[in-house]
Design a protein around this ligand. Structure first.
Ligand SMILES: NC(=O)C1=CN([C@@H]2O[C@H](COP(=O)(O)OP(=O)(O)OC[C@H]3O[C@@H](n4cnc5c(N)ncnc54)[C@H](OP(=O)(O)O)[C@@H]3O)[C@@H](O)[C@H]2O)[C@@H](O)CC1
Ligand SMILES: Nc1ncnc2c1ncn2[C@@H]1O[C@H](COP(=O)(O)OP(=O)(O)O)[C@@H](O)[C@H]1O
Ligand SMILES: [K+]
Length: 502
């Protein structure tokens, strides 16, 4: 259940299910019944319930839920955006089964124990304005908790954007698969708690759509987790090289080094300018140190030391030196992670970077935060678009996996696949957290994990590490959280131990 379906894809799934013999009204009956079930479970103490129904099928779900709630003994009022005669199709059938009067939609809600928002769902087509916007404002200021059907009204299911104005829900009940708008901000925040229900549409029907957007969950990438065989030596577990800054700027690279080492790379080497050597040497124990003052030095070290993945950018400085080093590293056979200064150094000269990336056959991951993303891709992408759309465009343009960081980190691959994460707690936004992330990605790339899966896995693990640690986290804490998380992905290696006593 990890695919995320846009409203358009969801409509195609609905049509396929209907063509396969599940009538639309049967799907709507199940959807409305699930909404009522969720309310009876989570808001069991509610007595007065107000159901707001729109003019389409989202409203249809609302009529069905209203009937079940009334049958369960709640006092239910229904307000409808249109008169019964103006309803069509399945929504009209659903309204027929609600025999009590329909009130006209208004802002005069009183103070019910619960409001059910069935105004707009997947059919939102334009910005909400006028009387409907007034109703949404009244709901948001009423103080009553809101359960939204499918999506909080006003949230675009494809992008998570607020179209004019939107409902702030306590809980959102959705069906079949979540939508990108449930994961992307601000939509995710307005959903409140998200509940996903089956309404009898099979996985095979969803598979027919060939969705390319996924919730970032271990099931997305676990099958690609690097195996550790008994007979492996450290070189088989990959060698990560991290390019460092000068004497006063080595902290970021050290965070990346620790992230890579903890993720399971067999060797990690700091690739440092000579001036940083005496600062770095006492700060490294397991990781090694090699001096590289030029792009040539870096290229030679990557080849001689059999470095399988390189991180460049954290703390390396913005300018010509970093630009040359990046282009040098991109010409090697190593997998590459470009972050921070490695991206900003190409501001206004993105075509140089893109040209090098397009002819590169090896895995590359770019990890911009919003500022870096817009600086690098300014003028190269459509002016408008969701974080998901922009990230996909960027990955295609760059022929690289792009990780667009933030509270709703998106990873996109040049082939169109994308993942969206929702597990990062707000306290992960702390200086140096992104540096650790680059190390985790490189650690996985070095062990042979494909780039899209490695970047998605790293994002999820990074978010989980921060959530497990809790508030008060600083970037230095993240690497030490990794072992307990990684344990669940590493395949058992002592199953055949004949001396084991359980
Ligand atoms: N299909 C199925 O089998 C199943 C579907 N299910 C349910 O159906 C929902 C999708 O239903 P839907 O496609 O009818 O769209 P919906 O969200 O009700 O909105 C359309 C109406 O809103 C109106 N409208 C649009 N924008 C507006 C605006 N800004 N401001 C004001 N009005 C606006 C638009 O008016 P129009 O543009 O035509 O003027 C039209 O009347 C889905 O979310 C799920 O809950 C479940 O029952 C499971 C089975
Ligand atoms: N509001 C937020 N909630 C959760 N995670 C966030 C939030 N803002 C940023 N992050 C995450 O925090 C990390 C910050 O990385 P970055 O911006 O590169 O910082 P730095 O360069 O200091 O390491 C990224 O992994 C990003 O996804
Ligand atoms: K809704």
């Amino acid at each position: 259940m990890i695919e995320l379906l846009t409203p358009t894809e969801m409509q195609r799934v609905d049509r396929l299910a209907i063509a396969d013999g599940s009538p639309g009204i049967a799907l709507m009956e199940r959807a409305g019944a699930q909404v009522a079930e969720a309310i009876l479970r989570h808001f069991a103490g509610a007595r007065d319930v107000l159901v707001l129904c729109g003019s389409g099928n989202n409203g249809g779900d609302g009529f069905i839920a209203a009937r079940h709630l009334a049958e369960a003994g709640m006092h239910v009022r229904v307000m409808s955006a249109v008169a019964r005669e103006a309803l069509a199709g399945d929504a009209a059938l659903a309204a027929q089964a609600w025999s009590a009067p329909l009130e006209r939609l208004s802002t005069d809600h009183g103070r019910p124990d619960l409001i059910v928002d069935a105004l707009l769902g997947a059919g939102l087509r334009r910005d909400v304005a006028g009387p409907l916007a007034a109703v949404i404002d009244a709901v948001n200021t009423s103080g009553s908790p809101v359960v939204a059907v499918d999506l909080p009204s006003g949230i675009d299911g494809a992008t998570g954007a607020i179209r004019g104005c939107a409902i702030q829900a306590r809980q959102t009940v959705t069906f079949v698969r979540c939508k990108p708008g449930h994961f992307l901000l601000p939509g995710r925040e307005l959903c409140g708690e998200r509940l996903l229900f089956d309404i009898g549409i099979s996985d095979a029907t969803v598979d027919e759509i060939g969705a390319g957007t996924f919730a970032n969950r271990p099931t997305l990438w676990q099958a690609h987790w690097p195996a550790i065989a008994h007979d492996r030596h450290k070189y088989d577990r990959g060698h990560v090289g991290v390019v460092t800054g000068g004497a006063t700027a080595t902290g970021a690279a050290r965070l990346a080094i620790r992230g890579a080492f903890r993720t399971g790379a067999g060797l990690v080497t700091a690739l440092a300018p000579a001036e940083a050597a005496f600062v770095l040497a006492p700060a490294l124990e397991g990781p090694m140190l090699r001096i590289a003052d030029t792009a040539d030095d870096l290229q030679k070290l990557v080849a001689e030391r059999k470095i399988s993945a390189v991180v460049i950018g954290p703390g390396t400085g913005v300018g010509e030196g970093t630009r040359k080093n990046v282009l040098g590293i991109l010409a090697t056979d190593a997998a590459v992670v470009l972050d921070a200064d490695a991206l900003t150094s190409f501001e206004g000269e993105a075509s140089l970077l893109l040209a090098a990336l397009r002819q590169r056959p090896r895995p590359t991951v770019l990890t911009p935060h919003a500022g870096e993303f817009h600086r690098l891709f300014r003028g190269l992408l459509p002016d408008a678009g969701s974080k998901l759309d922009l990230c996909r465009h960027a990955a295609r343009q760059a022929n690289a996996v792009v990780l667009f960081k933030g509270a709703d980190s998106v990873v996109a691959a040049p082939d169109g696949r994308a993942s969206i994460a929702d597990n990062a707690p707000p306290w992960l936004a702390t200086a140096g957290a992104g540096d650790v992330l680059t190390g985790i990605i490189a650690g996985l790339l070095a062990q042979g994990m494909p780039a899209f899966e490695a970047a998605s896995a790293a994002v999820w693990i990074h978010g989980k590490a921060a959530a497990d640690f809790g508030p008060g986290l600083i970037a230095e804490d993240l690497p030490d959280q990794l072992p307990s998380i990684l344990r669940s992905f590493v395949r058992p290696w002592r199953d055949d131990d004949p001396l084991r006593v359980d």
